[in-house]
Design a protein around this ligand. Structure first.
Ligand code: SF4
Ligand code: SF4
Length: 397
């Protein structure tokens, strides 16, 4: 209880700083702040990290859509992108484009995405700074904890209790495809000096903004967007219980898997405690645990792990946990024995035990990941509440 109170107090400061301050008179911001603190406290107290993470991510995806579309209508009167909008750089920048802009920028000094560089909530510099800090802390944990698109698949993938199509044996193929697709997107973006993924492959156009249908290519692109959204974001996650867009077609996800080596936390598997039941592999929606991962005692998931925590909650022996990246795997094995936030050799006095508990990488990772959840959602969720209330009860926003 003391650990929950300790971390919740700090999360209260984060929520205040990134949402409440400057909005103290707004009921929507108070509802947001109290809800986020309740979710976070439940997460720490129950240690059911993934369940509460999912509650947040699914809710965020839906509310983000409401807020984002509302903002587009406020700013330009439409969801559709016109040539004028593109030329004036009024297109919000999104993290998925980051890997595609790097090579053209390095070679020509030109940012190929038509967004503002600074001075907007989705400016290029702002998103890159946020991405950089997230990369050195939670790494690919961004996909599992923060991404405002991932919640669509997260929700769809958990509707059925059992998969109708089992993709476990295809995990490796999906991962390979994702990296090959990243390579293709980077190469095409460089070749055409434009954001090829956004123009042709982004399924989330349907819930954000889309190019005006003015000719045959834009009509074809729209049909592709609709097909990808229904196929990879709704139907396949529903049937497979996997986040198929995140696992196969998201260039940012693949890029972030490669960048994850710079992050401060990782997920480890204590091979001494593992009994080979494969529950973790079945539960992992990012295709990051194979039969070989367990059989060959690799001691950690494959490259695409998004640190979502689902495997931690299903493992019957408590063999999986978050670990600092700088710790050797052997440390992880020692710490994982007993599966307690307080190691067996903890000091006998209560203060010493709490002190060790609050330095536990599990709590620190969850706190850090949820901090990013607050940073990214702190504007959009209260804004969505206000928009919903104004539609439901009328009156000005
Ligand atoms: S390996 Fe575990 S933590 Fe990593 S993505 Fe899969 S379920 Fe989530
Ligand atoms: S769920 Fe736990 S015990 Fe089962 S295979 Fe995975 S790590 Fe091993």
């Amino acid at each position: 209880m003391a650990v929950t109170a300790f971390f919740s107090a700090f999360m209260g400061v984060v929520v205040f700083f990134f949402s409440l301050s400057g909005n103290m008179g707004s009921p929507a911001h108070w509802i947001y702040a109290i809800s986020m603190l309740a979710v976070f406290a439940a997460m720490i107290h129950t240690r059911a990290y993934s369940r509460w993470r999912r509650v947040f991510q699914v809710s965020f995806a839906l509310l983000f859509m409401i807020s984002f579309i509302g903002i587009l209508y406020d700013e330009r009167g439409s969801m559709s992108l016109t040539q004028d909008t593109v030329q004036s750089g009024e297109v919000p920048f999104c993290q998925i484009v980051i890997p595609a802009i790097i090579a053209p920028f390095a070679l020509t000094g030109r940012v190929i995405f038509p967004a503002r560089m600074t001075g907007h909530f989705a400016s290029v510099m702002g998103m890159i700074l946020l991405w950089f800090i997230a990369t050195v802390t939670i790494g690919r944990g961004w996909c599992g904890w923060v991404c405002f698109y991932g919640g669509w698949e997260e929700g769809a993938s958990r509707i059925l209790k059992k998969p109708r199509v089992n993709l476990l044996s295809r995990n490796k193929d999906l991962r390979s495809f994702q990296f090959a697709f990243l390579f293709f997107v980077v190469l095409m973006s460089l070749g055409f000096m434009s954001s090829v993924y956004c123009e042709w492959f982004c399924p989330f156009k349907l819930v954000t903004e889309y190019a005006e249908i003015s000719d045959l290519p834009s009509l074809i692109a729209t049909v592709i967007f609709i097909g990808l959204f229904l196929g990879l974001v709704i139907v396949l996650p529903l049937l497979t219980r996997k986040r198929t867009q995140c696992s196969a077609l998201c260039p940012f996800g693949a890029f972030q898997s490669l960048m994850d080596r710079f992050s401060s936390y990782r997920v480890v598997i204590d091979v001494d405690k593992c009994v080979g039941c494969m529950k973790c592999a079945e539960a992992c929606s990012f295709c990051a645990i194979d039969r070989e991962t367990i059989r060959e005692e690799k001691g950690r998931p494959e490259l695409t792990c998004a640190k979502c925590g689902e495997c931690l909650s299903v493992c019957p022996t408590g063999a999986i946990r978050y670990q600092f990246s700088f710790q050797a795997v052997s440390d992880a094995r020692i710490r994982a024995k007993g599966c307690s936030p307080v190691p067996k050799n903890a000091p006998s006095n209560r203060f010493g035990a709490y002190f060790q508990a609050i330095l536990d990488p599990q709590y620190l990772f969850v706190f850090t990941a949820f901090t990013f959840s607050v940073i990214v959602s702190g504007k959009f969720i209260p804004d969505a509440f206000i928009r919903i209330a104004s539609i439901a009860f009328g009156g000005p926003r």
